[in-house]
Design a protein around this ligand. Structure first.
Ligand SMILES: NC(=O)c1ccc[n+]([C@@H]2O[C@H](COP(=O)([O-])OP(=O)(O)OC[C@H]3O[C@@H](n4cnc5c(N)ncnc54)[C@H](O)[C@@H]3O)[C@@H](O)[C@H]2O)c1
Length: 338
């Protein structure tokens, strides 16, 4: 049996704590160290979960703790520098979404992981939901035919995240707004169901219309809604809509359509046809814990030297699509991706 992967978690906000709970469900992993600049948070989690080592500085943890891998669950501007520090210290990395502030940073992360022959995975947990996994099984079996159309929607009617030092709404620390924060989840999930084809062009618009909802004195220089159209090298097309604030109902939808059928994740429905009759099939969705599925997969990839389903290279392409929407919005032109 493969030896247990010893893990350190950096950043213990909500996602960091979900990673911790996920690892606890994996027989192949043991969390041995926690790091958060807020000592109280780290200490409290360490006591609750019986973890001996607590750090406030990730560099000290990388040097001092006996770990094979880390979860990077920090604000976006720390994803690339802290993941690079960990990779350079010879640790496997799972990094929260978005992969980085832009595709250039994600490219550096991918190259560093490759040079060190280390696993670098991104935490796009929607791929591990029961509905997404089930839809992917049908797609991979060919039941929906050739997938050529995807729709990724994630709207909040009102929900601009202005807490925690306001880093979410400050472009130099977040990389962007609604698009990079929640649009990334919907885009990634629909793109994965479509088979992660290579993006070739992007058109998009990003808006900021709800400045008045943000507390005075907050630096708010990002989008509160964004819309995009992405074309792929297999001639498939994906339409993306997302918002932190929009005068439409909130909600999400992930839909893909192929030559033989279509799928929608919520509520999980397959759109099929039999002898000319249109069928809406509602399969029983397996109850899964997406975070446990995600950390479990990361551990399995390390142990079995497998490429993760959400690989370092896919992280670069995902960032190219997001960068493309922002650039297209700023220039008013379609952006080609090489
Ligand atoms: N997968 C999901 O569904 C999901 C949900 C929410 C957030 N996220 C992502 O997770 C990341 C963290 O988000 P968050 O809301 O927890 O952010 P946050 O601002 O609450 O920070 C998380 C923790 O990191 C700590 N921290 C900040 N800088 C640090 C440093 N230099 N060294 C050590 N600790 C440090 C903070 O004290 C905090 O406890 C973001 O990238 C966000 O996009 C993912």
């Amino acid at each position: 049996m493969a030896s247990k992967v010893k893990v350190g978690i950096i950043g213990l906000g909500w996602p960091g704590r979900e990673h911790l709970k996920g690892y606890k469900q994996s027989s192949g992993a043991r969390v041995v160290a926690l790091c958060d600049m807020n000592t109280d948070i780290a200490q409290q989690q360490a006591e609750e979960h019986g973890i001996a080592e607590v750090y406030t500085d990730h560099q000290k943890m990388l040097r001092g703790a006996d770990i094979d891998a880390v979860s990077v669950c920090l604000p976006n501007y720390l994803h690339a520098p802290v993941s690079l520090d960990a990779l350079r210290a010879g640790k496997h990395v799972i990094c929260e979404k978005p992969p980085a502030l832009d595709a250039k940073q994600a490219g550096k992360m991918a190259a560093t992981a490759k040079a060190g022959r280390l696993t670098l995975m991104y935490a796009l947990c929607q791929r591990f939901s029961g509905a997404a996994q089930l839809a992917k099984d049908f797609i991979d079996k060919g039941d929906l035919g050739e997938i050529y159309c995807g729709r990724a929607v994630y709207h909040r009617r009102r929900g601009i995240p202005t807490g925690t030092n306001s880093w979410f709404v400050d472009k130099k620390r977040s990389g962007g707004g609604a698009l990079i924060d929640i649009g990334v989840h919907a885009l990634d999930c629909a793109w994965w169901l479509m088979g992660t084809p290579k993006p070739v062009s992007v058109s998009g618009s990003a808006y900021q219309k709800f400045h008045h909802l943000v507390p005075e004195g907050t630096n708010f220089d990002v989008d509160d809604s964004a819309f995009g159209l992405i074309k792929f090298d297999n001639e498939a097309t994906l339409i993306l809509e997302c918002s932190w604030a929009l005068n439409l109902p909130g909600g999400s939808a992930i839909q893909v359509a192929g030559t033989k059928g279509g799928a929608e994740l919520s509520p999980m429905t397959l759109f099929l046809e039999s002898d000319g009759i249109q069928l809406d099939v509602t399969p029983q969705v397996p109850q899964t814990d997406a975070f446990a599925g995600q950390t479990g997969h990361f551990v399995e990839c390390i142990q079995q030297r497998k490429t993760p389903v959400m690989s370092a290279e896919q992280g670069v392409q995902l960032m190219q699509m997001l960068d493309g929407i922002y650039k297209s919005s700023a220039t008013g032109k379609e952006v080609r991706i090489r």
